[in-house]
Every structure is written in C-alpha cells, then in structure tokens.
Write a protein that binds this ligand. Structure first.
Ligand code: PLP
Length: 420
C-alpha cells in the first residue's frame, strides 16, 4: 500500500497561493501567514556579516556564548537559567518536533492551536487530544474540559503525556492570565503531564504594564520546557533562530538529552553566523529592546483595529493583547451566512477569498470545530514593503497611514459584505 502523502503546512501553502495569484495580477489582502514583517534592524545585519567566519559545525546545543546569552534572557524573566539548560536550533519548530520525538505518549493541544503542533505529533506517531480553549483567552485548554478529555482519552487507550501551551497565543492573539496558568500547572502535576510552553510571542505583549505574564516554568518548574525564538519579535523568521530552556533535575536532563540526540541526527547545530546574531540579540542591548517595544506597539495598534472591524461587522472576537492575530467568530451571523451557503470555516474562508480577495486561515485548519464560523487573520502582513514597514514602526497611529488604512478599509468592506 502506498502511504498517504502528507499535505504541506496550510499557512505555507496559502502563502504560495497568494504569490501565484498576485503574479497573475490579482489584488489580494493576505491575512493568512504569521510573519512579523519588520524591516531588518541594521545591527543584526552587521552581526550576521561579522559572524560569517563561524564556519565550523560546533556543539549540537550551540556554542557557550549564545547559550550564556539565552540563559541571561530567561533569568531576566524570573526564570533563573544556566547555559547548560539551553539548546539553540534553526527555529523553534524543529525544537518542538524534537520534543515530540523525545517524549513518549500522546499530546494534548488547545483547540484551536497553531497549525504545526498536530502534524508534528502525527509524524512522531502520537495521538492528538484537542481540548477547547476557555472563553476568556486562547493558547491553553479550559481546565474542566481538560480533566474530562484526559479521562475520556485514557479510557479509549490513549496515553496523554505532553501538554502544549502557547503563551501568548497564536491564533487568538491573547494571553492566559496567571491564575489560569497556575491552575493548569497544578493540573499537569496531578496528571503527570510534561508541559511545553511555547513562548515565542512573549515579548510581543502590546501593553506589558496591564498584561501580567506568568510562565508555566514558574508555576511548574520541574516539568516545563520553554521554547522561543527571534522569528516574531525581531522579524527574523527566515534566519531560523530558535531556543529551548529545559528544567533542572533528572526530567530536564532526560528531555534535553533526548532533544539533543534527535537534533544531532536532524540538523546538527544552528548555523554559526546565526549563533553570533542570537548571542547579540539575547543580550538585549538597548537598540534591540527599543525595536521590540516599537514593534509590539505597531502589532497592537493594527490588531486592535482589525478586531474593531470584526466586532463592528457583528462578529464576536476576544480583544487581542499580544502578537499579531485576531480570531473572529461569525456565529452571530449564522442564519444570514447559511442563506448564502456558508455553514462552516471552510466555506467562510472561501467566501472571503472569492467575494473580497481576503485570504484568511480557516479555523478547522487550526484544529477548531469545522462547523464553527471562525478564522485566523494575521494582521502583520498589512504593513507593506520595507519602506512602509519603517513608516509604520515610526508612526503615532500606523492605522492612518494610507497603505494601511486602504487595506483596513478593504477588510471592513469584506466583513460588511458577509453581514449584508
Ligand atoms: C506559536 C508558534 N510557535 C512556533 C512558531 C515557529 O517559529 P520558528 O520555527 O520560526 O521559531 C510559530 C511560527 O509561526 C508560532 O506561531
């Protein structure tokens, strides 16, 4: 029997579709790819050039300089860390895959969740147990639903061992509050689950003074691995810089050694010049911190604007507080949409594309209920070309810049068309 060919990741596939259709002259508003779209901070380019001489493979976990810098980054975030707890890699995606390979048993995911966790679990031969997120935020399962799901899964022969939490969350652009993180950490301890805390959006909280962040690694230090990277905060997705922080103790040692074993067979090490860049960025010099804060403000302004547009069109939507995503729910318009043959996330996304040239990621591609009228809109793709991105970063109100305002108007018209 020929095995089924796995499909490419839907966000990457949609990104390619947009490129092809734009090349044919179509005008599309692309909201289906979670790329930060920021101009390159010049000092990063300088570090990359200066790092070119690092041509050797080096240690699988990364060299001492970069691991020290990453340890410092976590230590400054209330997570005391020594360099031996840190592994760097070409992106956090391979680190997440290696973790799934290193931990036996099945995986519990919030539903909806970033679209890569579930396919990775399947590659690792795991079952996926999806648990709905609470009404207040995404990125974490609702605790009561999690208890029930664990019981049901075990009764059906599954062996849930790993709980993935996304803080802040892609796709909802929200952050689980500390009390909820504490509750889930206690539950993970009770149920003997390891936690993977994907904190790649941690430094993109829009208003950090009003949005307290608690890492599961603070609440359940002995069982939490944190992953992160520079793809989102500094817009370096294509440079592929990811990091992982492992717990102290036997469990942490076992996990780190398992990930390093997988890494040694899969990617060997993070490219030397990228380690040089990462050592600089994770030391957090003032220009890096200033850029990250400016970017977070921009992401917040544009995400809030798209949120307002969705709510004005009649959708419900959690107010975004981090990252560059909104996740509207058009359930209040179900009757009107059904009259036009729109009955779930696939037909909703198709209608937005066909009627308005709006490209979004349908909720079912993120593990959500296919009958729900939900999708993810990545708002960072609206910033335009490098020159326009720089103007957006510098603007008091980026949503009033002509190129951004024009795209926001198109989104408003598209959503209004749904409601008509
Ligand atoms: C929640 C989440 N985790 C991880 C990643 C992967 O990032 P990278 O492999 O570039 O570090 C992404 C990128 O879209 C993401 O949204």
């Amino acid at each position: 029997m020929t095995p089924a060919t796995p499909a490419p990741s839907p966000n990457l596939a949609l990104n390619q579709l947009v490129d092809e259709r734009r090349a044919r002259g179509e005008s599309l508003v692309h909201l289906a790819f979670g790329e930060a779209r920021l101009p390159l901070l010049p000092q990063l380019g300088e570090r990359l050039a200066a790092g070119a001489a690092h041509t050797a493979y080096g240690p699988v976990a990364g060299g001492p300089a970069v691991r020290e810098a990453v340890a410092g980054y976590f230590t400054r975030r209330r997570l005391p860390t020594t360099a031996d707890r840190v592994v760097v890699a070409p992106g956090s995606k391979p680190l997440l895959m290696a973790l799934q390979l290193a931990v036996p048993g099945d995986v519990v995911l919030p539903s909806p969740a970033w679209n890569t966790y579930a396919p990775q679990a399947r590659y690792a031969g795991k079952r996926v147990i999806g648990v709905p997120v609470p009404a207040e935020c995404g990125g974490v399962p609702d605790p009561a639903a999690l208890r029930t799901a664990l019981r049901t899964a075990r009764a059906a022969g599954a062996d849930p061992r790993l709980l993935v939490l996304t803080l802040p969350d892609n796709p909802t652009g929200t952050l689980a509050p500390p009390a909820l993180v504490r509750e889930l950490a206690a539950l993970a301890r009770e149920e003997d689950l390891l936690i993977v805390a994907d904190e790649i959006y941690r430094d993109i909280v829009h208003d950090p003074d009003r949005t307290p962040f608690l890492s599961p690694a603070e609440a359940a230090p002995e069982r939490t691995v944190v992953t992160s990277g520079l793809s989102k905060t500094l817009g370096l997705g294509g440079w592929r810089i990811g990091v992982a922080r492992f717990p102290e103790g036997d469990t942490g040692d076992r996990l780190r050694d398992g990930v390093l074993a997988a890494a040694s067979e899969l990617w060997s090490t993070l490219a030397g010049p990228m380690q040089h860049v990462a050592a600089y960025a994770y030391a957090e010099p003032p220009e890096v911190t200033a850029r990250i804060r400016a970017a977070a403000r921009l992401h917040g302004a544009v995400a809030r604007s798209v949120h307002r547009i969705a709510v004005d069109a009649g959708a419900t939507c959690r107010p975004p507080t981090a990252g560059f995503y909104v996740y509207p729910d058009f359930e209040p318009l179900r009757a009107r949409l059904a009259a036009r043959g729109i009955t779930g996330s696939a037909s909703l996304a198709a209608a937005l594309l066909d009627d308005s040239g709006l490209v979004v990621l349908a909720g079912h591609l993120l593990g959500d209920d296919p009958h729900a009228l939900r999708f993810k809109a990545a708002t960072s793709l609206l910033y335009g070309d490098q020159e326009q991105q720089a103007a957006a970063l510098a603007a008091d109100d980026p949503t009033r810049l002509p190129h951004l305002a024009g795209q926001l108007d198109r989104i408003a018209a598209a959503f209004a068309r749904l409601a008509a």
